[in-house]
Design a protein around this ligand. Structure first.
Ligand code: FE
Length: 199
């Protein structure tokens, strides 16, 4: 099924100064939009045309003849998930169910911060850092390029885009500073809790 580019869930300047309006304009209106357009063009006349994007991602992962569909579809989906992983005035310690689960599964919030930053920093080149449920247990993982947890059978709860286009205008080469800003000032724990409840 055609995938629709969702509007950003906040104004372009809502995440300033941590992510500038200029970055969001390029990232959403150019990068994300291009993945959506490419994906729709690629599936239009294929045998996957009637499938949901989640089904297409799972069906095309590891199929080298469909890598274009996988890469564009997963990137279209990942960015929609990423916009919801951010909110103005976010970040800091979690509340609700995820707070308890972080204590139980990851050894507490300080450990979460340390592990998430490590996963996001050490993803070599382009990719993503994720908080996922793996068989009911919280895990922090990273993934290269377009790869996402749906493809690996995990339930995604939160993501951070660490492709250079996500931070270069605002932070240049300082990816760790962008990761700190995400954890301390942007991370949308409400979204994480919603995903946990739905899982
Ligand atoms: Fe991106």
């Amino acid at each position: 099924m055609p995938y629709e580019l969702p509007p950003l869930p906040y104004d372009y300047n809502a995440l300033d100064p941590y992510i500038s309006a200029k970055t969001l304009e390029f990232h959403h209106d150019k990068h994300h939009a291009a993945y959506v357009t490419n994906y729709n063009n690629l599936i239009k006349d294929s045998d996957l045309a009637d499938k949901s994007i989640e089904e297409v991602i799972k069906a095309t992962y590891n199929d080298s003849s469909k890598s274009g569909i996988f890469n564009n579809g997963a990137q279209a989906w990942n960015h929609s998930f990423f916009w919801n992983s951010l909110k103005p005035g976010g970040g800091g310690a979690p509340t609700g169910a995820v707070a308890e689960k972080i204590d139980a599964d990851l050894g507490g919030y300080d450990k979460f911060k340390e592990e998430f930053k490590k996963a996001a920093t050490t993803q070599f080149g382009s990719g993503w850092a994720w908080l996922v449920l793996d068989n009911g247990t919280l895990k922090i993982v990273n993934s290269p390029n377009a790869v996402n947890p749906l493809a690996l059978g995990h339930t995604p709860l939160l993501t951070l885009d660490v492709w250079e286009h996500a931070y270069y205008l605002d932070y240049q080469n300082k990816r760790p500073d962008f990761i700190d800003a995400f954890i301390n000032n942007l991370l949308n724990w409400d979204f994480v809790n919603q995903n946990l409840t739905a899982a």
